[in-house]
Ligand binder design. Structure first.
Ligand code: ADP
Ligand code: MG
Length: 484
């Protein structure tokens, strides 16, 4: 067991299960035609269905269902051809219906798995319990008026997928790896933008502790944590709190808690409600949702290549290591960029330019791969110039920096600056002669056995040719002249 908390009564293991709410990418809401665009004027995207006017009827949005099915397929999960919608009843001012339409006993997606990779290089499988569709609620605004609260219903009725994991996670790092991997899969699928700052992905974190080999103990659920870092911190502090309680002879109460990032602690929000408190019952306005296997198969056939498959393909197609392939596929835009550069070229050289020089340049200039001053095509052309001997590897660094600055093509830069590699043996020989004449003493030392001076001569000849000489030719010619 890698991660344990040492208490005075022995070691404790952490048990974590995550419930992730992922906002579905779709133009309109789950049961209405109102728009879902982020950042619109409050209450400008609210249909009568969303505002729960009497007599309004929900109509299921086919695209939202397709997105849930795609996500289930991407999580290697069972797709349930028949699922149902239930009403989850509760009162809150951001929920005009007085209930949320959700899926309780019959979700659209059943068991699946996500494979995560840890910093040790190990991989682990985390079980997915289910994925169900539900409506989001509106948003209360408390800071616009000193005496009143406002409500914005733009978000009311937007489709969410709740993705529930098995209690398979054993440490903060695994929770982080799980969320990153889930977000990556959702982004590749295009079913959720995974943007935690905008709230389109948020996690409820269930935490308990136990002694190794014991059955599970009571858990607490930390609600609505909105960054991966906070999820990891919340697990750490919540587990420590529970260990402290158990070790002092107390009992952990099952409750819903909040994570206060500023104070680095969790606080009671309310005692945990059970399913029966919500009086779930089948929504009488909606028929059971029945989908066809053919439709599921068609959605499956149209799925994009997912990160794990892409990583394996990059390793075999381009001969690059597992680690590098993982860095490249972390974001689809980076993977696409790399593939444009590497296709038909030296894959290893391409990876070192993309994850080395290019990433460094993006960092330095505050740009992203999408706004990169050097296009994938241009970087590819530069690799061609190296491959065909127009420039050497050292000059390539100079050309690249110029590309970052000016956005010009590598050809134009090579011409403009006269950087074409010198392969003319006459020119190289002349440079060598000049260097040897200037350094007669060193030549003598070399000839009397000081082999190490060879590097010095190479450096001087490169300098003499302003770095443009073909290094292999310089090596050969130097050898024969010095050893003559
Ligand atoms: P609810 O619907 O009441 O939130 P669920 O049974 O759906 O409860 O479980 C919610 C989450 O809690 C799941 O992710 C599950 O893996 C996790 N979980 C269940 N038992 C434990 C436990 N003892 N410790 C930590 N997490 C748990
Ligand atoms: Mg729950």
């Amino acid at each position: 067991m890698s991660y344990v908390i040492e208490g005075k009564t022995g070691s404790w293991e952490i048990v974590v299960g995550l419930e992730v709410h992922a906002q579905v990418v779709s133009k309109s809401k789950l049961f209405s035609g109102a728009s879902t665009t982020f950042g619109a004027e409050p209450n400008s995207q609210v249909s009568l269905v969303d505002a729960a006017f009497p007599g309004m009827l929900p109509v299921i949005n086919r695209e939202c269902v397709a997105q849930a099915v795609r996500t289930g397929l991407g999580l290697n999960a069972r797709i349930n051809l028949e699922s149902r919608f239930d009403r989850k009843n509760y009162f809150y001012a951001d929920l005009p219906q007085g209930y949320q339409i959700s899926q309780f006993a019959h979700p659209i997606v059943g068991e699946g798995t996500i494979e995560i990779e840890l910093s040790s290089g190990e991989t682990r499988k985390i079980g997915i319990t289910r994925l169900h569709m539900e409506q989001d609620a509106g948003k209360l605004i408390h800071d616009q008026d000193p005496t009143k609260s406002m409500v914005d219903l733009n978000r009311a009725g937007v489709a969410l997928m709740e993705i529930v994991s098995e209690p398979d996670i054993r440490e903060p790092e695994e929770a982080g790896a799980y969320l990153r991997k889930l977000r990556q899969i959702l982004r590749y699928l295009g079913t959720c933008d995974g943007n935690m700052e905008e709230g389109s992905m948020r996690a409820d974190v269930n935490v308990s502790v136990r002694k190794a080999g014991e059955p599970f103990r009571t858990r607490c659920e930390i609600k609505n944590v909105n960054s991966i870092r906070f999820v990891m911190q919340a697990i750490e502090v919540e587990a420590a709190r529970q260990v402290e309680i158990w070790e002092n002879g107390g009992e952990v109460d099952q409750e819903t808690r909040l994570f206060d990032a500023a104070r680095g602690e969790t606080r009671t929000m309310r005692s945990k409600e059970d399913a029966h408190d919500y009086r779930y019952f089948p929504d009488p306005d909606l028929l059971p949702l029945v989908i066809e296997q053919d439709w599921v198969d068609a959605l499956k056939a149209a799925l994009p290549e997912l990160p794990d498959a892409k990583r394996a393909r990059f390793q075999s197609d381009y001969g690059i290591p597992f680690y590098d392939a993982g860095v490249l596929v972390a974001e689809q835009s980076v993977a696409d960029f790399y593939e444009t550069v590497a296709k038909g070229r030296d894959g290893k050289l391409a990876v070192s330019w993309v994850t080395g020089d290019l990433f460094a340049a993006l960092n330095r200039t505050g740009k992203t791969i999408e706004t990169s001053p050097v296009s994938a095509e241009a970087l590819g052309q530069m690799l061609d110039l190296i491959a065909d001997g127009t420039i050497n590897g050292k000059i390539a660094k100079e050309v690249f920096e110029d590309m970052v600055e000016t956005g010009e093509s590598p050809d134009a830069i090579v011409e403009k600056k006269g950087l074409r590699q010198v392969t003319d043996t006459g020119v190289i020989d002349a440079a060598i002669d000049a260097v040897m004449a200037k350094n007669a003493d060193k030549v003598a030392e070399y000839r009397s056995g000081k082999d190490k001076l060879f590097g010095f001569f190479v450096g001087q000849v490169m300098k003499e040719t302003k770095g443009k000489a073909n290094p292999a030719l310089v090596n050969d010619a130097l050898k024969s002249k010095l050893d003559a």
